[in-house]
Design a protein around this ligand. Sequence first.
Ligand SMILES: NC(=O)c1ccc[n+]([C@@H]2O[C@H](COP(=O)([O-])OP(=O)(O)OC[C@H]3O[C@@H](n4cnc5c(N)ncnc54)[C@H](OP(=O)(O)O)[C@@H]3O)[C@@H](O)[C@H]2O)c1
Length: 264
Amino acid sequence: MSHTVLITGATSGIGRALALDYAARDMNLLLIGRDEARLADIADLCRARGAEIASGRLDVRDREAMATWIAARDAENPIDLAIACAGIVSGTNAERPLDTEEALRAVLAVDLIGAVNTIEPVLAVMRRRRRGHVAMVGSLAGLRGFPSSPAYSMAKAAVHAYAEGIRPALAREGIAVSLIAPGFVTTPLNQDLVAPQPLKMSAAKAARLIHAGLDRRKPLIAFPLILYMGLRLLTLMPARFGDWLLDRPGVDVPLTRENEKIEP
Ligand SMILES: NC(=O)c1ccc[n+]([C@@H]2O[C@H](COP(=O)([O-])OP(=O)(O)OC[C@H]3O[C@@H](n4cnc5c(N)ncnc54)[C@H](OP(=O)(O)O)[C@@H]3O)[C@@H](O)[C@H]2O)c1
């Protein structure tokens, strides 16, 4: 029996590595991204591994287009698992100590509303079937506000809270919800980041960890474990200590070029 997996952010980094990791015979992969060439490339690579591919050149900020495409693909092959992975980052540095107004809204539009635009239409069909699995990609940066990327932390914290909040009701309907909280992963997202990036791992390794966790329908897939535990511990410590520890001089998280609204 074939298995249908939808992945947003499939054109780069973790989403691309996940697509490759899932690509096999008897797999239908629904791959979403914006970059046409990179979308065609990952689709070809996955087909070469024996998977059936439908690629959607879509912007996750486009609620209507996402809902229409997802409903149409689900009618062809009912979606078993959807991974909302698409995301952007923006942050601060010594000259720009706060997120700009536009960057803050762009990050929320993609990382938070984009994730909602992905899982809502998927949940609509899964709830009718009373089975399925959705996964939302958060971040260890969602466990605590990071002075280097406050808007990103806000968006990811909201993703965490939403995934946790919907989990019990959906479990009663036979649908699993997994929250994925990665630490540093080598991808284009953080290639220009100037900051300590402890225990950074490859996208292929992150994809293997995520895939293994999703196979077990784990509610939380957070890694590396030591960094996750450290951050959880930090949230129990005095706020001033956390502020001091995370407010490192010389850190530079580049400004996103994305906007809140889709460029015409
Ligand atoms: N890398 C890390 O260290 C790290 C750590 C924790 C969490 N994460 C999270 O993991 C997820 C993937 O990040 P990554 O590191 O793999 O980043 P990446 O290599 O930059 O890939 C981001 C992906 O998101 C897609 N995307 C961005 N904006 C989009 C939009 N408006 N509509 C549709 N697709 C859009 C991109 O598609 P196009 O290029 O085709 O536009 C690309 O496929 C993100 O949610 C990120 O926050 C990453």
